[in-house]
Design a protein around this ligand. Structure first.
Ligand SMILES: [Zn+2]
Length: 515
């Protein structure tokens, strides 16, 4: 019986009767892949007029059984829209919009449409534009060339994991695209989040839309649903972010930590970084994607959206985590954050790095009469690790840290239970990589599990061998490969759970260890 929250193909490859069923993927009577129909949205013209209709149709086409069917975009695929349409799941584009644009005298570029007649110099050096000839034929050739080059750019961005940045860049000149992106982000977050890798590439958060990237919304949601402050901490110290990441390696953060250490209360202190666009980063999570993988333009000015976000998250933190003392040691974000706090001490007075402020922080901590709770022997480094593990795996992650000791030098730290290694935190991944022992702990409750038939994976696990996968898995997650509760392997998910179940080919799990 599959645990709840577990999707399954509902088929076992040992059942001979299934092999006669054309719906069964191994059946000789099954439709071949080549005959699979291509999906295309209905009434493209209406989608071009109505953004909400567009995003709703993306949601319905990219959910359920049809997820892997190739998606054709007819008429919509102008070069500057190709990045966004690809991001929305479209795979195929026709040349109709390029022909129509040429008939209407539209000179297409990767950032928008120009009027051919008004161009004194052509801003392009493709063969058609450099020929010196003008006319419908030259324009059509140029438009084809532009679309081809943009498609290459999109393919490159997909291979590098930077498609979202290209999209934010390209939507600017077309209100339809901006509307679509914002509606997708705000009203179809779950769809985007399901397909966003848990560990992606570093990115530049340079636009308003960056605030609502799926990885960032996931971060905030995980804080709200999975987070608990490390046991034993009683004092919240809010500090600003740093350009250098992880923050711990920056000079400013070294000075904050020195002041905290010298106060003699470091074990009670929970440092939380206030930052845009993520909102809050508890110190122990600073390696987790995307906390060390983003950069923002720094002007010292926070816009309204950023202020409201910081206020909401700080209010949530203080009310949910219940500290005995709250210290605000902030810079540019100090005013809005302080306005959201009720009972607190401001030690920075706006210049967190100054000598006086650092002394005030140390003195305030030293003079507080808060002491560690009696009868608790919580080891702080283990509680920090527990927080990371819970953020990564949910509640079951907490069990991974029961009765462990840690070995190694941060950020590369092994989790040991007796002589068995359960996993290892690495600075490069920013999360815990499991061993077989660790996978058994996580799999005990059916979380982060990929179900296979009765075999032991040799090399990597391909989608054809997947019987089911738990819904909590995201691309890049550590997963246990199990057969009826027995862990047969452990590795990193290369597909979303829906894709693993539906796909006939391709690597589903990159295996690290097998039984
Ligand atoms: Zn050209």
């Amino acid at each position: 019986m599959a645990p709840s929250g577990f999707s399954s193909t509902g088929k076992t490859s040992t059942n001979a009767a299934n092999q006669l069923d054309p719906r069964y993927r191994g059946s000789p009577y099954a439709d071949s892949k080549d005959e699979q129909p291509i999906l295309s949205p209905d009434s493209t013209a209406a989608l071009l007029l109505d953004s909400r209709r567009f995003v709703d149709s993306v949601e319905s086409m990219k959910t359920g059984e049809a997820l892997l069917k190739p998606l054709l975009s007819s008429v919509m695929g102008l070069p500057h829209r190709l990045a966004f349409l690809s991001y929305s799941g479209f795979d195929l584009f026709d040349s109709l919009p390029l022909i129509m644009a040429s008939e209407n005298g539209c000179y297409l570029t990767s950032t928008g449409i120009l009027t051919y007649d008004r161009l004194r110099d052509l801003p392009c050096s493709c063969p058609a534009c450099s020929s010196g000839k003008r006319g419908r034929d030259a324009l059509l050739k140029h438009n084809y060339m532009t679309a081809e080059m943009e498609l290459r750019m999109v393919r490159h961005a997909i291979s590098q994991g930077t498609l979202r940045e290209l999209v934010e860049n390209r939507v600017r000149t077309d209100p339809w695209l901006v509307q679509n992106l914002r509606l997708l982000d705000l009203e179809h977050q779950e769809l985007l989040e399901r397909h966003a890798p848990i560990k992606g590439t570093p990115f530049h958060a340079g636009s308003k839309e960056s605030l609502n990237r799926p990885e960032i919304l996931r971060w905030r949601k995980r804080l709200e649903t999975r987070y608990a402050r490390p046991a034993g901490t009683r004092i919240l110290v809010l500090i600003p972010c740093s350009a250098r990441k992880p923050y711990s390696f920056s000079k400013s953060h070294m000075r904050f930590r020195q002041a905290i250490q010298q106060s003699g209360k470091a074990d009670l202190v929970h440092e939380v970084i206030v930052t845009s666009p993520i909102g809050l980063v508890p110190r122990e999570l600073e390696l987790f994607y995307p906390a060390q993988d983003y950069d923002i333009p720094v002007t010292g000015h926070w816009d309204r959206d950023e202020k409201v976000l910081a206020q909401e998250m700080v209010s949530w933190l203080v009310s949910s985590q219940k500290y005995d003392l709250v210290i605000s040691h902030l810079g540019d974000e100090r005013e809005p954050v302080n306005a959201a706090l009720e009972d607190f001490v401001d030690t920075s007075l706006g210049s967190p790095g100054s000598h006086e402020s650092l002394e005030r922080l140390e003195k305030t901590l030293r003079e507080t009469n808060l002491q560690p709770h009696q009868g608790r022997d919580a080891d702080r480094s283990i509680e920090d690790m527990r927080s990371i593990s819970r953020f990564q795996f949910g509640d079951i992650g907490s069990k991974l840290c029961d009765d462990v000791h840690l070995w190694g030098r941060w950020p590369n730290v092994k989790l040991m239970r007796g002589n068995d290694q359960l996993g290892m935190l690495t600075g490069e991944r920013g999360m815990i990589s499991l061993t077989m022992e660790g996978a058994r702990v996580i799999a005990a409750e059916g979380k982060y599990c990929v179900e296979i038939d009765d075999f032991v994976p040799k090399g990597n696990l391909f989608a054809i061998g997947v019987e089911g996968a738990s819904d909590d898995i995201r691309i890049g997650d550590d997963v246990a490969v199990v057969h009826r509760g027995e862990v047969r392997g452990v590795g990193v998910a290369v597909m979303s759970p829906e894709e693993m179940i539906l796909a006939d080919r391709g690597e589903a799990v990159h295996i690290r260890h097998t039984r």
